[in-house]
Design a protein around this ligand. Structure first.
Ligand SMILES: Cc1cc2nc3c(=O)[nH]c(=O)nc-3n(C[C@H](O)[C@H](O)[C@H](O)COP(=O)(O)O)c2cc1C
Length: 360
């Protein structure tokens, strides 16, 4: 299994959904960052289950404990170990899934690859693992916010209900259960999610992430392009089925004269006037906001009878009970933000020393 991400700023996650705890070790973090458990909690609370009526009702508080790497309130440069205890796992609801593969989940592929799997709550394939990344991401965000980089995500679409791209109220994002920047659209999204759940079904969605303040120069072409590594980081989130950078797939319908971001001079700095490139050219940040969107599929675990096959190779039916998110998009927002932060910090540290002529 591959459980480590990053080169200079690396993190390794561990733990299963219904084990005693999950956690992460962050290695390569510079010394001298002020860090306490409360710094991690804000993003963990935005990700945790049970936060609203449209998420799974598993009741985890997701309290992070820092076990190492911080002394007298500052990171020391040593590995930072973070522990999150699982307190509300109910494995009984998974008994009927021990030998049956849920359509759309990782049950079959984990079994095909390792010949055994922890079926309780999806085990290692559960998005419970993403709490560990969010904790690591919170450390990365401390590094970035000290350098004027701010990362904001929001839900821009649920099923066919799309944010219009104009009514943007930053404060609204965390005020509504859908994390949509427009209250009216958020209400429609919420109703659609509740309706789907009532029907025993689930919905997909699209999340947008914007990172403002990253300097030009982050990214390591040829094989460590910033856009490629952001895409890999985001595709590594459970249920993600596609990533677009900047104008993304809309580029196919644009002409070069439309898609090109003309350069301008603002206060002596070279800046693109528009941002169809999403802040990245040639795999390197331009200094413009880094903009990406990603799509999450509808949750696979639904209480509807579906055809499947069991481990003995017999055709059967499965109906998935238990506590599941009817739409994972809203909880994916802090996870996407965390992955973007982790990639940016890694590149920040990797990028040092690319020019012999610059001494600072
Ligand atoms: C925040 C979040 C919460 C999720 N919650 C559930 C859930 O309650 N039930 C479920 O079946 N899948 C859930 N998923 C998706 C599964 O983890 C994912 O579909 C599964 O691991 C298979 O991986 P894949 O969809 O990337 O192929 C969630 C994903 C995210 C990002």
């Amino acid at each position: 299994m591959s459980n480590t991400f990053g080169q200079k700023f690396r993190f390794t996650t561990w733990g299963e959904s219904h084990g005693p705890a999950i956690g992460v070790v962050v290695d390569g973090c510079p010394a001298g960052i002020p860090l306490e458990e409360a710094d991690l909690q804000c993003d963990l609370d935005r990700r945790r289950p049970g936060q609203s009526k449209i998420t799974t009702q598993r009741g985890e508080t997701d309290c992070a404990e820092i076990l190492s790497g911080v002394f007298e309130g500052y990171t020391t440069g040593a590995p930072i170990s973070i522990l999150i205890r699982n307190k509300d796992a109910d494995s009984s609801k998974y008994d009927n899934l021990r030998n049956v593969f849920r359509p759309g989940h990782a049950d079959f592929t984990y079994w095909a690859k390792w010949g055994r799997r922890d079926h309780r709550g999806g085990g290692r394939a559960s998005a419970r693992e993403t709490a560990s990344r969010v904790a690591a991401g919170a450390v990365a965000r401390k590094f970035l916010s000290d350098r004027g980089v701010n990362i904001q995500g929001f839900v821009s679409q649920v099923a066919d209900i799309a944010w219009d791209g104009e009514n943007f109220d930053l404060d609204e994002i965390e005020r509504n259960s859908c994390r949509c920047p427009d209250a009216e659209t958020a209400k429609k999204m919420e109703n659609a999610i509740l309706e789907a759940r009532k029907e025993g079904d689930s919905l997909g969605g699209i999340i947008s992430i914007i990172a403002v303040g990253a300097p030009p120069g982050l990214g390591e072409p040829i094989y460590g392009r910033l856009d490629a590594e952001l895409a890999a980081a985001i595709m590594g989130i459970n249920a993600v089925k596609g990533v677009e950078i900047g104008a993304g797939f809309r580029a196919a319908t644009m002409k070069g004269s439309e898609h090109n971001d003309a350069f301008d001079l603002v206060d002596g700095k070279i800046v693109p006037r528009t941002n169809n490139a999403g802040g990245i050219l040639g795999g390197i940040s331009t200094g413009a906001p880094i903009v990406l969107t990603f799509v999450v599929k509808p949750t696979s675990s639904i209480p509807k009878e579906q055809d499947t096959v069991n481990v003995s190779g017999e055709k059967t039916m499965v109906l998935v009970e238990g506590r599941h998110d009817p739409c994972v998009a809203t909880r994916a927002v802090p996870i996407g933000e965390a992955m973007v932060a982790l990639v940016l910090v890694d590149h920040w540290l990797r990028g040092l020393g690319s020019r012999a002529d610059l001494k600072d």
